[in-house]
Design a protein around this ligand. Structure first.
Ligand code: DGL
Length: 277
């Protein structure tokens, strides 16, 4: 196992789904400090325009960089990654990881039929970020895609294993059982919570968890950097609103309870201090 050294990873998500990536980061980099910002007040991002998603993401990332000594950034939301990751890479001097490219790479490696099913929010599917990324790894791969917007509130509400989640999975995915696809990308960090029902509807398909794939990519890069003094890992969670039942639901995403939780309702900050021209 990698031993993450004294690094501080800023993780940004539209809400709670990015905790599925944090779960994997904690496993792979046990000594890293993780500062997680979930924009729960403004979730969902996946139904919003690109302009709004970009603005919200910049505000969230700027908040993280202004308040913490972040050494690497993970955009743990496919929607925000699809819209904002190239802009952030261009304007920030720290490494910026997104959740799309690592998942596309895994899918390209795993598919035998060369046909990949992409699931996600409306914004992720419409922006075609996975198609572009998959084509870089293997231009012969065919893609199918379907937005699954109901999966987000089902995961947030703790209903991921309820019959209503199974019915939703059938509604969105059943038609792909007769397709050539042998690999499905969970192109939303909320969707791993619904893995059991997705597996029931799409038996035998390889399931790619975008948050976990991104955490592995980040951990590989961090671990290849020069060793630094060890220190214990910490997780600090900041949300822009405290939804009802948040601690219990977050625990389902994360696999353990949250010790450090804070509400920050105002993300407005001076962008020019952080973003380079
Ligand atoms: N977790 C987000 C993603 O990965 C989706 C939730 C939202 O719509 O804000 O795309």
């Amino acid at each position: 196992m990698n031993q993450g050294s004294a690094i501080t990873i800023g993780v940004f998500d539209s809400g709670i789904g990015g905790l599925t990536a944090v779960r994997e980061l904690e496993r792979l980099l046990p000594t890293a400090t993780i500062i997680y910002l979930g924009d729960t007040a403004r979730l969902p991002y996946g139904t919003k325009s690109n302009d709004t998603i970009l603005r919200y993401t910049i505000e969230g990332v700027t908040y993280l960089l202004e308040h913490y000594d972040v050494t690497a950034l993970l955009i743990a939301c496919n929607t925000a990654s699809a819209v904002a990751a190239p802009f952030l890479r261009q304007h920030l001097s720290i490494p910026v990881f997104d959740v799309i490219d690592p998942a596309a790479q895994q899918a390209a490696q795993q598919t035998h039929t060369k046909t990949v099913l992409i699931t996600g929010t409306y914004a992720t599917v419409e922006n075609r970020a996975y198609e572009y990324s998959l084509a870089q790894y293997d231009p012969t791969i065919r893609t199918l895609s379907v937005p699954c917007p109901l999966f987000v509130p089902l995961a947030e509400e703790g209903l991921a294993e309820h019959p209503i989640a199974y019915q939703s999975a059938r509604l969105y995915l059943e038609r792909f059982t007769s397709s050539d696809a042998d690999t499905v990308i969970l192109g939303c960090t909320h969707f791993p919570l619904l893995t059991a029902v997705i597996r029931r509807v799409l038996p035998g398909m390889h399931i790619i968890n975008s948050g976990a794939a991104a955490a592995s990519a980040l951990a590989r890069t961090v671990a290849s950097q020069p060793p630094q003094p060890q220190r214990s890992g910490e997780l600090h969670v900041i949300v822009t609103d405290l939804p009802r039942q948040f601690p219990a639901i977050a625990e389902r995403f994360l696999g353990h309870s949250i010790d450090s939780l804070r509400v920050e309702s105002n993300l407005q900050t001076a962008l020019s201090n952080v973003l380079q021209p």
